[in-house]
Design a protein around this ligand. Structure first.
Ligand SMILES: CC(C)(COP(=O)(O)OP(=O)(O)OC[C@H]1O[C@@H](n2cnc3c(N)ncnc32)[C@H](O)[C@@H]1OP(=O)(O)O)[C@@H](O)C(=O)NCCC(=O)NCCS
Length: 389
């Protein structure tokens, strides 16, 4: 699952995928797709190692060239990801072809996923494998994401693709495999069957912007304003002005205070290059970025920020990205001030926006408290898994 990070989403869910040669095809022993006559031995057999079904026939993986992906592979991948979304998580926004193409080239912030597809015997893509090998930090891990066409499930194809992903992570010298999924019986059973352990839980919430109680929010904002009189709020749309980039690097780093459960991960390491890579990736994916910053009136220091993105191709849908306040400035209601300030700004500049989604670690009580005060409601849970190699 590739997700939009929320105010305090775990670092790993934001990690992109390293740029490694990932073109051409590779054949792996395995099976054919659901709708095709089995190839090779042609029988559904039990895997000796795990006592599960093994995919019959051969699994041919076609790695997509990020700059010039084969059209049938790219369109097929989008078709599978979209079919899976409609079945597994219909509340999620549609993945458009152009957003997928941008993800292939940029990932979340300049670490694009190595992406491969499996075509069945009729040439239809039946499964998508994405392997992320982060390079900004956490270079000890690799993330594996597998999505199988709903009509081709429970035949061992997911297992084969996952095994290839683990092998790719191992070959890159990484020692930890990370994967996540919605908290649903199928994917949870699958990742357990793949030998991963549950290590983190996060919750997705959605705010219905058409149902905001502005009278109440204005009252909360006025109170927060009183407590935060020493700060002014600055609106930054689009790329960060060059003179603020060093400060934005510091603010972004405050996200490392968010809980990460039992995940064996290290802090995110931000840099001006990474901020620019993030902005370029978001722009390529058609996201319109809005950042609200709190600045100490006395010293001019930046104290906290919150960021949202509105999808240009689906302008009714937006994502809440990081919200963080530096430790020295906590306790002044800056979180509330920034988030209600953002709602006011969006109401002016994106009046068509209907909803904002956010992800928080299930244990992040402070951020969740703010979000619930603003009217966010729980939509789903996600579970992060890991396996040491
Ligand atoms: C999870 C997913 C990849 C599984 O793909 P698949 O091809 O059906 O998986 P497999 O056939 O290889 O299943 C392997 C084992 O996982 C478990 N499993 C998979 N799906 C399951 C389900 N719906 N219910 C219970 N167990 C399940 C079983 O133990 C299964 O072995 P068995 O069929 O011999 O009992 C697929 O359902 C999917 O694409 N889901 C949406 C994306 C996602 O959540 N990916 C997981 C994170 S990487």
């Amino acid at each position: 699952m590739v997700r939009v990070a929320g105010d305090t989403g775990v670092a790993v869910s934001r990690l992109g995928l390293a740029t490694l040669p990932a073109t051409g095809t590779a054949t792996w022993s395995g099976g054919s797709a659901a709708t095709c006559k089995p190839q090779g031995k042609g029988r559904i057999i039990q895997s000796r190692e795990r006592g599960r079904r093994a995919f019959p026939g051969s699994v041919e993986l076609r790695w997509l060239d990020p700059d010039r992906p084969d059209r049938h592979d790219a369109d097929g991948a989008v078709a599978v990801l979209e079919a899976a979304r409609a079945v597994d998580c219909p509340h999620q926004p549609v993945l458009t072809g152009s957003a997928f193409a941008a993800r292939l080239r940029h990932g979340w912030d300049g670490d694009p996923p190595l992406t491969a597809v499996h075509r069945d015997c009729r040439g239809t893509v039946a499964g998508v494998l994405e392997v992320s090998l982060p390079h900004w930090d956490n270079t000890h891990l690799g993330e594996v994401a597998v999505t199988i066409d709903p009509v081709a499930r429970r035949q061992g194809l997911g297992t084969r693709l996952f095994e290839v992903g683990v092998e790719r992570v191992h070959r890159a010298g990484r020692t930890l495999v990370y994967a996540d999924c919605f908290d649903q019986p199928g994917p949870v059973a699958f990742l357990k069957a793949m030998g991963l352990d549950r290590a983190y839980e996060e919750v997705q919430r959605r705010q219905d912007l058409r149902a905001l109680d502005w009278g109440r929010l204005d009252g909360v904002y006025a109170e927060a304003r009183g407590r935060a009189a020493a700060y002014q709020v600055i609106r930054l749309a689009g790329p960060t002005p060059q003179e603020l980039v060093a400060d934005i690097v510091r603010l972004t780093g405050a996200i490392n205070d968010a809980p990460t459960g039992d995940l064996d991960i290290e802090d995110d390491d931000f840099s001006p290059e990474r901020i620019r890579a993030f902005e370029a990736a978001q722009q390529a994916q058609g996201q319109r970025l809005y950042r609200l910053v709190a600045q100490d009136r006395g010293t001019g220091a930046l104290a906290g920020h919150t960021m949202t993105a509105v999808q240009g191709e689906q302008p009714w849908y937006g994502g809440q990205y990081d919200t963080s306040v530096l430790r020295a400035h906590r306790g002044h209601r800056l979180g509330l001030l920034l988030k209600i300030g953002m709602l006011r700004w969006l109401a002016e500049t994106e009046p068509q926006l209907r909803s904002l989604d956010t992800w928080n670690a299930a244990t992040n009580v402070h951020m969740i408290g703010i979000n619930e005060a603003l009217g966010y409601r729980v939509l789903a849970s996600g579970i992060g898994y890991q396996r040491h190699l």
